[in-house]
Design a protein around this ligand. Structure first.
Ligand SMILES: [Zn+2]
Length: 251
């Protein structure tokens, strides 16, 4: 899959600061070179790593103002040990969620992907290989391969085209926006999480979720963790206690 043409302006833009630093160094303006380097580093760090920072492209991290419900999102599946249990829990609560699936895992378990869709949930793109440690630094070619590769995998399995993308660990550098535009994908972040992917204590994760739970919340949960069933169950009970209904409508 060749890189879409709309990625090149961003690539050119990304080279400007490097040329600026080099030119300042050659001119002997070491202070300016240092300032340019530091300034660029801060912009890249904040724009890429802050989950709700939209400097490098549009993203959604809350339901529209006035929403009475919440949106449940479940990342990192499908998983042969846990996904079916999560689907049963959602069915028991008559709740629907958006499952952000990893392309490689989906390709290994296509029957689980189809089951998620069959039960009325939405399937989103969560990259082909989920390179959590390096996603923030991917170049335009690798970024395109991750996003377009997952899109192709999911389309092949479900015969439907995902509309939503969630970047691995929420990192979104300068090169994410162009593939999303080319593939007609929108980036969906979150504003409520319990750190359940790294937390071993489900009760603690649920307390964190409860703290930021409010109408309009987009809740980030995970599949494929030892506590995922307990956290999903607890979250759904929290929603019920607070009179909040999960909804799939986002914009
Ligand atoms: Zn993930």
């Amino acid at each position: 899959m060749p890189l879409p043409f709309n990625s090149y302006p961003r690539l050119a833009l990304s080279l400007f600061p490097a040329f600026g630093v080099l030119a300042a160094l050659l001119a002997g303006w070491f202070g300016l070179a240092g300032l340019l380097f530091l300034g660029t580093s801060v912009v890249i760090m904040v724009g890429t790593l802050a989950p709700r920072c939209a400097w490098f492209g549009p993203l959604i991290s809350a339901l529209p103002a006035g929403s009475e419900g919440v949106c449940l999102t479940i990342d990192d599946g499908p998983d042969p040990e846990h996904t079916l249990a999560l689907l049963d829990i959602l069915d028991q609560h008559q709740a629907k969620a958006i499952f952000f699936l990893i392309g490689d895992r989906a390709a290994h378990h296509p029957e689980l992907v189809r089951e998620i869709a069959r039960r009325g949930h939405v399937i989103g793109n969560h990259s082909q290989t989920h390179p959590a440690a390096t996603f923030w630094a991917l170049n335009p070619w690798r970024m395109w391969a991750e996003i377009a590769g997952c899109q192709q995998t999911l389309i092949q399995i479900t015969s439907t085209t995902p509309q939503w993308f969630r970047p691995p660990v929420g990192h979104h550098n300068l090169f994410v926006a162009a593939p999303l535009r080319a593939l007609d994908l929108k980036m969906l972040m979150w504003n409520c999480r319990g750190y359940d992917a790294v937390e071993k204590d489900a009760a603690l994760a649920l307390r964190r979720i409860e703290k930021s739970l409010r109408p309009g919340a987009i809740i980030l949960l995970h599949d494929a963790t030892p506590i995922c069933e307990e956290v999903l169950c607890g979250t759904l009970n929290l929603l019920q206690r607070n009179g909040l209904r999960p909804q799939l409508q986002i914009d």
